[in-house]
Design a protein around this ligand. Sequence first.
Ligand code: BEZ
Ligand code: FE
Length: 291
Amino acid sequence: MLPTTPESLLPLVLRAMQATPDARLRDLLSGLVTHLHDFVREHQVTEPEFERAVAFLVGIGQATGPTKNEVILASDLLGISTLVALQNNPAGEAGTESHAALLGPFWRAEAPECQLGDNIARAGTPGTPLEVRGTVHGAEGQALAGAVVDVWQASPVGLYENQDPSQPDMNLRGQFRTDAAGRYHFRSVRPAGYPVPTDGPCGELLRAQRRQPCRPAHLHFMVSSPGHKVLVTQVFADDSEHLQSDPVFGVTAALVGHFRLAEEDGRPLALLDHDFHLVRGEPVFPHPPIP
Ligand code: BEZ
Ligand code: FE
């Protein structure tokens, strides 16, 4: 059979893929091709529009490098990363205080292993001092000793260390192990909100759509313990701008943390109490988006 009309093409493509031995791959690709064909026909996609789409995909690949993953950023801006996170970690499953959020493009594996109480703001990073503390709970609500709390955040000027030559390597990143009571605590500085990178094709997309690029201030966490699913989440500052307009749709009510203001030696100290709730499962770690 040869195609004769736009509609006659899809069944031929589906048939060509039918012998794929991996059933899940066959199912995913059949579904994707069906949606793509329907999309092209419904929207009467033109040849210049198709070329533009191809140039965007080539562009996000080319803009990806050691300090930036533009492909993940594109998924984030289209809401796909948050959709995958929410769908695979349904609300309620992980309690109300912590649930999954998108990983984002800036997690690095093998952040320094720290002692409880250590400061991840190294080399005197200026900013309002912050104390973060809480408990990691297991599937039955029990406190989990020895759980790993991996944290990463932007600086008070809104830059991750790998975007900012003035910060030491691995600044504002660290891995902590909970104590016998399942508790963790560490020092840092209050993160600022920041614009997602706008110097590549994703920035062009945001400008074309008249979307603002700033994320509200947040900390990222990856919490893990044997026998439990790895929790990738974020905690947002409640006084942050853009909670309602996060360009990557990461904010939910449960992920807004309450930063309190205290004083230490006559200087302001921000306090964040945040517990994590893990669910039973195989601990599977994501691949780092950047090395
Ligand atoms: C982040 O929070 O690190 C992030 C997430 C999505 C896009 C850009 C940055
Ligand atoms: Fe971030």
